[in-house]
Design a binder for this molecule. Structure first.
Ligand SMILES: NC(=O)c1ccc[n+]([C@@H]2O[C@H](COP(=O)([O-])OP(=O)(O)OC[C@H]3O[C@@H](n4cnc5c(N)ncnc54)[C@H](O)[C@@H]3O)[C@@H](O)[C@H]2O)c1
Length: 264
């Protein structure tokens, strides 16, 4: 139909949508007609995203304070989204942090924190979302993986382990969700200039004893085909595509968006 948008009627829950990639996905999906639940622990960031959606597209969104590692906050937050919008069609499990150390210096509690936010958070939000998707017989689970779901880098024991774990969770959900009409896929971006990456540049330079320029050109972009950062909009386009795909043909996959850094 003329003027129809690919996500008209779709309700998308996006964790970590108060910043960076999550915010860009909120904007990209709102542009295609979705209504958005902006979930974050940073409510200032969440409110800024909500204002952007309102200004750009007139989208009414819902901001939800949700720590993805807190089971009761995830369950009550997800229920409040379903109560407000009447349904949940898309989950983007995107909230994340990065902590880098060589293994011999990696404090165990920091390892646990990274794994809990990425992996436990993806598990808890999935469990809470499918409760609403299964009875509808439809839904799309989208996990924010990383090139580090397929490749390894030094200093990233926690992040690489968690991002590989997210890939496994998504593949299980493709199998379990199929009979309920729920698809499950992972987006695996290369380096994207967001606050999460901006913080890593000086940290890695210090830890490795090299210049910040070397961190960017050799460590972050050295294996790309064109020495370019992936953009937030690149990732948002893939998320919108996955949310709007119309059949079970595209499930259990990971899509790598990395300027060729990884070709798996
Ligand atoms: N930036 C990159 O280069 C890159 C590359 C590959 C994958 N990723 C992944 O993309 C996702 C988003 O990262 P980003 O670069 O946009 O980072 P970001 O720091 O800009 O945004 C992360 C958001 O997650 C929120 N958050 C953190 N802990 C949370 C928690 N416990 N509960 C709810 N929200 C929480 C933060 O408040 C923030 O708003 C992460 O999963 C990250 O691993 C990023």
């Amino acid at each position: 139909m003329a003027g129809e948008k690919s996500l008209d009627g779709n309700v998308a829950v996006i964790t970590g949508a108060g910043s960076g990639i999550g915010r860009a996905i909120a904007i990209g999906m709102a542009a295609e007609g979705a209504r958005i639940a902006i979930c974050d622990i940073d409510m200032d960031g969440a409110e800024q995203t909500a204002s952007m959606l309102k200004e750009k597209y007139g989208t009414e969104s819902l901001t939800v304070h949700m720590d993805v590692t807190d089971e009761s906050a995830v369950n009550s937050g997800m229920d409040s989204v379903a109560g407000h919008f009447g349904r949940i069609d898309t989950l983007v499990a995107n909230a994340g942090i990065q902590i880098v150390h060589l293994i011999e210096d990696f404090p165990y509690e920091q390892f646990r924190k990274v794994v809990q936010i990425h992996l436990d958070g993806s598990f808890l939000t999935t469990k809470a979302a499918v409760k609403h998707m299964y009875p509808q017989k439809s839904g799309s689970l989208i996990y924010m993986g990383s090139v580090h779901s397929h490749e390894a880098s030094t200093q990233k024991a926690a992040y690489v382990a968690a991002k590989h774990g997210v890939l496994g969770l998504s593949r299980v959900m493709a199998k379990e969700g199929a009979k309920h009409g729920v698809r499950s896929n992972v987006i695996c971006p290369g380096f994207v200039k967001t606050p999460l990456v901006e913080r890593q540049i000086p940290e890695q330079a210090k830890n490795l004893g090299i210049s910040e320029e070397k961190v960017v050109n050799e460590i972050m972009l050295g294996n790309t085909v064109d020495q370019e950062f992936t953009t937030m909009e690149d990732v948002a386009d893939v998320a919108t595509f996955l949310a709007s795909f119309r059949s079970n043909a595209l499930t259990g996959q990971s899509i790598v968006v990395s300027h060729g850094w990884s070709m798996r």
